[in-house]
Design a binder for this molecule. Structure first.
Ligand code: AHM
Ligand code: MG
Length: 334
């Protein structure tokens, strides 16, 4: 029996049947989410072939099949950009792979604005480690399409999500009400609902960060980590370390299993590494809808007013109590 016959709300069905919750969306929202799912399937197919056709090789080279070899992150970017452009639902886009805002031509311009990281964690590709796409969705502003449509605090998002190309391909999205997870069935090519209304566990079981950045951390990080690690004792391991190095995959594992991810502001540069618009904001929105929290150290990620498309920020994201605890350590230790 096929997966679809056993159980199966598809992504498209899920989005369509929730339209009544968003009467203002007038159908374009459903189209947009469905098209992001299509882009995810196209990118997933390329990711699966990465080692075979050397799509992670050097841009501009020709491979043995005579195809032009493009880096997988360029392929993912071009795929998303083109699928979203043709959808008729998008007016302006920002991407990690594009220096400037991408304005959709007037004939195809739609009601939404999308910021995306087409392939997060792409340094992991050659080791066949999980990578993913992250996206943030806003309604367009009344004025002419331009970068200002994207330079808005994350709390104005109407939806956000990610797709992980891992041991399975999953798409997680929130429309601001619930966080729902869909798994791609390779047989039918459909995303099926596999986790409805995901919620953060209130207790941190996993700590997730690059500890080799320790020499550059500000003063609060080490005592904070000691506090978390101090929850373990000889009788019980209450917290453990897991770090993939693909933010999107680390975030997803932490959402499923209960974890805290940190990429603190670097004491050398005074800023973090991760990008506000298309990495931190969408994951912060998802985290909050799932009952968690996200901070840059001195406040809520979703309240940051961006000043540039590729702005970086510190990130602490996970269960509410431990994000609040981290903020107390920032206030006390700087
Ligand atoms: P990328 O978008 O270029 O892949 O960079 C972001 C990635 C995150 O996925 C990951 O959490 C982080 O960079 C890892 O950085 P580092 O190697 O400094 O630990
Ligand atoms: Mg990234």
């Amino acid at each position: 029996m096929s997966l679809a016959a056993d159980f199966g709300v598809t992504l498209t069905q899920h989005v369509l049947t929730r339209q009544h919750l968003h009467p203002e969306a007038r159908g374009q929202f459903s189209g947009l989410l469905t098209q992001i799912g299509v882009a995810g399937k196209l990118i997933a197919a390329q990711v699966r072939r990465a080692g075979l056709i050397e799509v992670w090789g050097k841009t501009g080279e020709t491979n043995v099949q005579g195809e032009t070899v493009k880096k997988l992150d360029r392929i993912a970017n071009d795929t998303l950009k083109e699928v979203l452009r043709r959808s008729g639902c998008v007016a302006v886009m920002a991407s990690e792979e594009e220096d400037d805002a991408v304005i959709v031509e007037p004939e195809l311009s739609g009601e939404y604005v999308v910021a995306f990281d087409p392939l997060d964690g792409s340094s992991n590709i050659e080791a066949s480690v999980s990578i993913g796409t992250i996206f943030a969705i806003y309604r367009r502003l009344p004025d002419a399409p331009g970068p200002a449509h994207l330079l808005r605090p994350g709390r104005e998002q109407v939806a956000a999500g990610y797709i992980i190309y891992g041991s399975s391909t999953v798409l997680v999205y929130t429309d601001g009400r619930t966080v729902d997870c869909f798994t791609l069935d390779p047989g039918s090519g459909e995303f099926f609902l596999t986790r409805a209304a995901m919620a953060y566990r209130p207790v941190t079981r996993i700590l997730s960060l690059n500890e080799c950045n320790g020499p550059y951390w500000p003063g609060w990080v080490s005592p904070f980590l000691d506090e978390i690690k101090g929850r373990n004792d000889a009788e019980a391991r209450r917290v453990t370390d897991r770090h993939i190095g693909s933010l999107v995959a680390d975030f997803h594992r932490n959402l499923v299993k209960g974890g805290l991810f940190l990429y603190p502001v670097d004491a050398r540069t005074g800023r973090g590494k991760l990008r506000l618009l298309y990495e931190c904001n969408p994951l912060a929105f998802i985290a909050e809808v799932a009952g968690g929290a996200a901070s840059w150290g001195g406040g809520r990620i979703l309240d940051v007013q961006p000043t540039s498309l590729h702005q970086r920020t510190g990130l602490i994201i996970g269960a509410q109590a431990d994000v609040a605890l981290a903020e107390r350590f920032v206030a006390e230790h700087g």
